[in-house]
Design a binder for this molecule. Structure first.
Ligand SMILES: [Zn+2]
Length: 244
């Protein structure tokens, strides 16, 4: 059995239309970038998603207005739970967008698991996705190449640890994946940005995220999630902090 602890790794201000496809309001929301600390009674520690860059100026300039306090740095957030970042030896990324994957740079001893399809696409994304993977940024290499040697890929659905399954959920990006986790509160699915905030899942019909690679894949993945019938933990919704 795993215990899931959400970590607030920074707050982005995002147009609602960027979170929910077709949203017409001009409203902007402040949303958390959530990393998930998974621990079990054998002492294993796993991190799922690692938050954005610590550099508020950089994040705000190239992405969305970012607020990130000192205690929202991954290594500081982990220390609050008595864990040193270099103790983490397994990290799973739902996808390689900067606000989920940048913090993996802080985990020097971790094997970093992504879907093969995600890594393949991240290396050469279509232009509208360049900024999400930080390709062609000031002639620098994308950030994820700095931990390229730690990356191991998986292809589709698989069990990665007892009580922890990876579920390929393409749509937001080609290789987005969910992590199905068994806890003593039941089964939870950490879905990344396929569902940014629960409002998009709870409306009828369900709506894809504002940023997507394939609508067809989004809806196929929605069907896959529906069939699982488990509790969803979305990538940028505050309610996770009250649920767990
Ligand atoms: Zn994303």
């Amino acid at each position: 059995m795993w215990k899931i602890t959400p970590l607030n790794l920074g707050v982005l201000t995002v147009k609602k239309s960027g979170l929910i496809f077709g949203n017409k309001s001009n409203e902007s929301l402040k949303v958390p970038c959530i990393g998930w600390l998974l621990t079990n009674n054998t002492g294993k520690k796993v991190i799922i998603d690692t938050g954005p860059s610590d550099d508020e100026v950089w994040g705000t300039k190239y992405h969305n207005p970012l607020k990130k306090h000192y205690d929202q740095r991954l290594e500081v957030a982990l220390l609050k739970h008595g864990i040193n970042a270099d103790e983490i030896n397994l990290c799973i990324l739902t996808h390689l967008h900067w606000d989920h994957a940048y913090g993996a740079l802080k985990l020097p001893n971790a094997k970093i698991i992504v879907q093969r399809e995600e890594l393949r696409y991240a290396v050469d994304p279509f232009p509208p996705d360049w900024k999400h993977y930080e390709k062609n940024f000031e002639e620098k290499s994308p950030f994820f190449l700095k931990f390229f040697h730690q990356i191991e890929t998986v292809n589709g659905d698989c069990e990665i640890e007892k009580g922890m399954k990876l579920i390929h959920l393409p749509g937001h990006s080609p290789g987005s994946q969910g992590i199905l986790v068994t806890t003593n509160q039941g089964e939870f699915l950490i879905v990344g940005d396929l569902i940014n905030i629960m409002e998009s899942w709870e409306c009828n019909p369900k709506l894809p995220p504002g940023i997507f690679y394939s609508l067809e894949d989004c809806y196929s993945s929605f069907n896959k999630i529906d069939k699982l019938g488990v509790t969803i933990l979305s990538g940028h919704d505050w309610r996770a902090f009250n649920m767990l």
